[in-house]
Design a protein around this ligand. Structure first.
Ligand SMILES: Nc1ncnc2c1ncn2[C@@H]1O[C@H](COP(=O)(O)OP(=O)(O)O)[C@@H](O)[C@H]1O
Ligand SMILES: [Mg+2]
Length: 235
């Protein structure tokens, strides 16, 4: 277990949003956090990162309590975060966006990421390396935000709705990229509203609804569980 989140309760002001959320990640897993719009996916990822710190509960990463730590500390330990808004530097080239993101992290165990290694993983970015970030399509920006996060040598990456708004063909290509990253040993937790994309690639799933984890299981079990799918997911 590299990440073990338990009993987290998170608030925005006085609004209680997450109720005793628990989840864990083993090294090398590709896991999805599924739930409808407004169910608490982003808040869960932000809670792990320390961007919206939980009031109660624990976020253990490599046996260390991260709850209450600032997000730069969480990132330094080895958790990379790709927010849902794909913020890249529009006036920097693709290569520059990657180069400035180079960092080490404490728990990363693989070969260090380089711009060339990102290009090997996302060959299309190499073709675009001199293009400005602001001129990329949505799918290209998403590849770049992930590439940029990988440049920080994360041991675990959190992706918030990575395929939202992307065309079906790009989603398919993106699925293959996530599988490739998994094969390279990257541990990934991603959030998603639609089960179809997740079914094809994830090992396990959590289903969140109104700030509570309502289901946890393998992707095969979830695909057979009509009740959970009907109740909580878009199918
Ligand atoms: N900054 C905020 N202030 C107050 N409430 C918020 C804020 N961000 C999100 N919420 C509320 O928290 C709940 C969970 O939101 P969120 O985690 O963004 O869900 P999801 O990512 O699954 O769509 C929603 O009811 C949303 O309205
Ligand atoms: Mg969200």
């Amino acid at each position: 277990m590299i990440l073990e989140v338990s009993g987290i309760n998170t608030y925005y002001g006085t609004s209680h949003i997450l109720f005793d959320v628990a989840l864990h990640m083993k090294r090398g897993e590709l896991v999805c956090l599924l739930g409808r719009n407004g169910s608490g996916k982003t808040t869960t990822l932000r809670s792990i990162m320390g961007l919206t710190p939980p009031k109660r509960g624990t976020v253990m990463f490599y046996g260390e309590e991260l709850r209450g730590r600032p997000s730069y500390y969480v990132a330094q330990k080895g958790i990379g975060y790709v927010p849902d808004n794909r913020l890249i530097f529009p006036d920097l080239t693709v290569r520059e966006n990657l180069e400035i993101a180079r960092k080490n992290s404490e728990h990363y165990q693989g070969e260090p990421w380089t711009v060339e290694k990102v290009y090997d993983t996302f060959p299309h970015l190499k073709n675009l390396e001199k293009h400005l970030g602001g001129h990329l399509s949505g799918g290209e920006q998403q590849m770049l935000t992930i590439g940029r996060t990988l440049m920080g040598n994360p041991e675990l990456i959190l992706l918030d709705e990575p395929v939202e708004g992307l065309a079906p063909l790009i989603v398919k290509d993106f699925s293959e990229k996530l599988i490739k990253l998994k094969e390279m040993g990257v541990t990934i937790l991603f959030s998603e509203q639609n089960i179809r994309f997740s079914l094809a690639i994830a090992d396990r799933a959590y289903v969140i609804n109104k700030g509570r984890i309502e289901y946890e299981g393998t992707i095969e079990d979830l695909s057979r569980n009509e009740e959970i799918k009907q109740k909580y997911l878009m199918i």
